[in-house]
Design a protein around this ligand. Structure first.
Ligand SMILES: [Zn+2]
Length: 209
């Protein structure tokens, strides 16, 4: 049976290694690799979802003692979509300023984004000492910001819950109504919902969970 061992070492093993390499390094459309997605989902499941519980983003901001202002003129925050920064109000740990927008539920996505900055970059219970700004959509170049967006969408639309929703997804190409229902259910903008559907479907197809 030596040929089996020779075949494995000389052919199958390199092939498996190549497949694993290609699979793990291929970029997701939002610049997040599959391996990162698995790591983030695990972190979210074990650490962040238990922390956030059933609270929505504005309740969480209160719990973290972060002042929130929506409908802010974007010129006040240097053209950013939102920002987390220090505050002069002593009773608060920091402030989240969210630029005015007409897009349904978008302020809530931005709020989650800044809450993730608070959890990951500042730390629960700590005072915010610097400004973390969210660039307008499409201008977000940094990988770090892509990661924060991944977390924000995944906290707002948890994987386990969306997996159940996807079981009722209609077969028709036009999924406008389905996406609209999910937008209402999770109170999130269409882009965040579609992004999550794509990510969660992809993770499910691989089926390593
Ligand atoms: Zn950010």
């Amino acid at each position: 049976m030596d040929w089996v061992i020779i075949a494995f070492v000389s052919f199958l093993f390199p092939l498996i290694a190549l497949v694993v390499f290609v699979f793990s390094s291929c970029e997701h459309s939002n610049g997040i690799t599959i391996l990162e997605m698995f790591r983030f989902e695990k972190d979210i499941q074990e650490n962040l979802l238990p922390l956030f519980g059933q609270s929505d983003c504005f309740d969480m901001a209160k719990r973290f003692k972060l002042f929130v202002a929506t409908n802010v003129d974007s010129s006040e925050i240097s053209g950013k979509e939102s920002q987390l920064g220090p505050t002069e109000q002593n009773e608060y740990n920091g402030e989240i300023l969210i630029a005015k927008t007409d897009v349904d539920y978008l302020p809530r996505f931005r709020c989650y984004h800044e809450l993730i900055h608070y959890c990951k970059d500042v730390g629960e219970g700590k005072k915010v000492c610097m400004i973390y700004g969210k660039d307008p959509q499409g201008e977000t170049q940094s990988h770090k910001e892509q990661i924060i967006n991944y977390y924000a969408a995944a906290i707002a639309v948890p994987r386990n819950s969306l997996v159940k929703d996807l079981e009722t997804r209609p077969n028709s190409k036009d999924d406008t109504q389905f996406v609209g229902e999910l937008m209402k259910k999770y109170q999130q903008p269409e882009t965040a919902i579609r992004r999550r559907i794509e990510e969660v479907s992809r993770l499910n197809r691989i089926g390593l969970f």
